[in-house]
Design a protein around this ligand. Structure first.
Ligand SMILES: *Cc1c(COP(=O)(O)O)cnc(C)c1O
Length: 358
């Protein structure tokens, strides 16, 4: 069977091994005579699957018992509202480093005072804005960042020190891509469909001392405390997505975990950026110092040529390489499941295109 190289930003490609395993277990999971999709979320068999996914996440990320790990619905976008509903009492500080960061702060403004203390919005988010300590509110309820800006291809290269103010991070597009010290964060959340598994589940990692603060009008499906008390099952969780995420995490563990994937990710990104820096035709769009290792944005400077390249790529088995409309050009999302062979193939096709059209 011919599989393409899928460079989509999310939902994105999954490890083939996880897909094959799911296929083999589709009709009868471990001799139960039913698919995981058909299992009750309260059954012993399913609870095992759920707990297995959570424990793999804990192990791979080094999450201590100080934190709850919740598997919820509503995506990262749901958490844009959940964060202020669970934490905002007086005022929160936000870094506006991309379109998702902006969406999060617009949402938070519905629930209280939000201060944007650093922004690169006026420069179409081509870099991570500098954070000045003097601008940070030492009494803020929390400090909010987006560690990787999926659309623009930038990332925080260091995690800001917020002192006693809980740091909240949207890690949707770079969770599990490199070692990250969870203890630096009050809350981490990530939609699964980029680097964890299929769409449908959002992972929320919340430090236990931050529970019990939710505003009274918080819907219970967004209330971290109530969800923690009920094992993320106040309502039916996305059972199959959670099972699939578990298979993807098993794959990650087997190949050597975050340490190993981080090496591979850096190698993939370096190959692509090195080529972009030497190419006379293609140029990276993000500031070099802040380049993402997950989403590589580039263009030729000519919209028609960009469109032609997207077509050429597709003819060569490279899919979903078109950039987001806010940036234009191309974007290669090279998440954990993308092998180095995919990146090498992309570069080969780019080089060929440069020879023919450059
Ligand atoms: C994709 C993405 C989102 C949106 O995720 P949904 O699960 O679709 O709500 C939010 N933040 C970042 C950084 C993303 O990459």
């Amino acid at each position: 069977m011919n599989r393409v190289f899928n460079f989509a930003a999310g939902p994105s490609m999954l490890p083939e091994e996880a897909l094959s395993r799911a296929a083999s277990e589709m009709l009868s999971y471990k001799g139960t005579g039913m698919s995981v999709m058909e299992m009750s979320h309260r059954s012993k068999g399913y609870i095992e699957i759920f707990d297995h996914t959570v424990s793999l996440l804990r192990e791979l990320m080094g999450i201590s018992d100080n934190y709850e790990v919740l598997l919820l619905q509503g995506g990262a976008t749901g958490q844009f509202a959940a964060v202020p509903m669970n934490l905002l009492k007086t005022s929160a500080d936000y870094v506006d480093s991309g379109n998702f960061a902006h969406g999060a702060l617009v949402e938070a403004k519905k629930y209280g005072d939000v201060r944007v203390i650093a922004s690169s919005r006026d420069d179409n988010y081509t870099y991570i804005p500098e954070i000045n300590k003097a601008d940070m509110n030492p009494n803020a309820d929390y400090f909010y960042i987006t560690t990787n800006n999926t659309i623009f291809g930038t990332r925080f290269t260091s995690i800001p020190d917020t002192g006693n103010v809980p740091l909240v991070a949207d890690m949707s597009s770079n969770i599990l891509s490199e070692p990250m010290d969870v203890n630096k964060f009050g809350v981490i959340f990530a939609g699964a469909q980029k680097n964890i598994g299929p769409a449908g589940v959002v992972v929320v990692i919340v430090r236990k001392d931050l529970l019990g603060r939710a505003n009274a009008n918080t819907p219970k499906v967004l209330d971290w405390t109530k969800m923690a008390e009920n094992g993320s099952m106040l309502n039916t969780p996305t059972t199959y997505s959670i099972y699939m995420a578990g298979l993807c995490l098993e794959w990650l563990k087997k190949i050597g975990g975050v340490e190993e994937i981080s090496k591979r990710n850096n190698e993939k990104a370096k190959l692509l950026y090195d080529y972009l820096d030497e190419s006379k035709l293609f140029k990276g769009t993000a500031m070099k110092e802040h380049r993402s290792i997950m989403n590589v944005t580039f263009h030729t400077g000519d919209n028609d040529l960009d469109a032609e390249f997207v077509k050429t790529a597709q003819a060569n088995g490279i899919l979903n390489i078109k950039g987001h409309r806010l940036v234009g050009g191309m974007r290669a999302s090279i998440y954990n499941a993308m092998g180095i062979d995919g990146v090498e193939h992309l570069i080969k096709v780019m080089k060929q295109f440069e020879v023919e059209r450059g």
